[in-house]
Design a protein around this ligand. Sequence first.
Ligand SMILES: Cc1cc2nc3c(=O)[nH]c(=O)nc-3n(C[C@H](O)[C@H](O)[C@H](O)COP(=O)(O)O)c2cc1C
Length: 249
Amino acid sequence: VLGWTDDVAQRHVDIALAHPIKLIANALGSPPVDVIERAHEHGVKVAALAGKAVHAQRHVNNGVDIIIAQGYEAGGHTGEIATMVLVPEVVDAVAPVPVLAAGGIGSGRQIAAGLALGAQGVWLGSLWLTTAESDSSPAVLKSYLDATSADTVRSRCYTGKPARMVRNAWTDAWDPANGPGALGMPLQNILTSEANARIARSGRADLAFAPVGQIVGRMNEVRSVRDVMFQLVEEYIETVERLDAGVQA
Ligand SMILES: Cc1cc2nc3c(=O)[nH]c(=O)nc-3n(C[C@H](O)[C@H](O)[C@H](O)COP(=O)(O)O)c2cc1C
């Protein structure tokens, strides 16, 4: 809860800028203009997530360097427009500002698709959650490995804003169809943070907060980041060669 106050967030920025970083990325709106200016003074570029073209334009007006066009499929806080539709809209809205495609990318074929939509690169979140290097708890890891692409839901139960996660008894309980629904941000987190800490300690996978995108359906085994990266690159090259062969023929 405290992480969402300006005072604490500013101290996070201080710590980040004390390290040799290249990028600060921000979700749920543009970073404050003073944060963008401080990052630029340190030679650090600033990226921001956008779920609509209008968000992307606002980021550019505020001085953001890189737009991450993140579709509905994504894990965590996400909007209502699918990556396939969103990326070209954002690319056209902010050109020549560089855009990264995000949401539902978990293979080399999907990287090629993101680039084909006009993005300069791609941005992955969910796929790292089942790597050997991830700090997912055993209960949450199991829920990722077992889930199909149909098993996620956009729920307000954790922060009060819609975020995609594995559907379970806790997300169902906060569904407005089953009761009063969640409070807005930040009240929902204040209301439930102690319960969430107890649930995390209990190891109950049927209640645990397990944020992840629809690509979870393809995350069926634990692999190292190294193996995942090699497979992404190899499949991307195969895909581009296959498409190129189609053009040549
Ligand atoms: C567990 C989790 C936590 C995330 N937290 C943040 C965050 O704090 N800030 C942010 O900018 N994006 C956050 N994201 C979104 C990612 O940066 C990324 O845009 C998204 O995961 C891409 O879609 P994908 O999940 O389909 O790969 C989070 C995503 C996940 C899965």
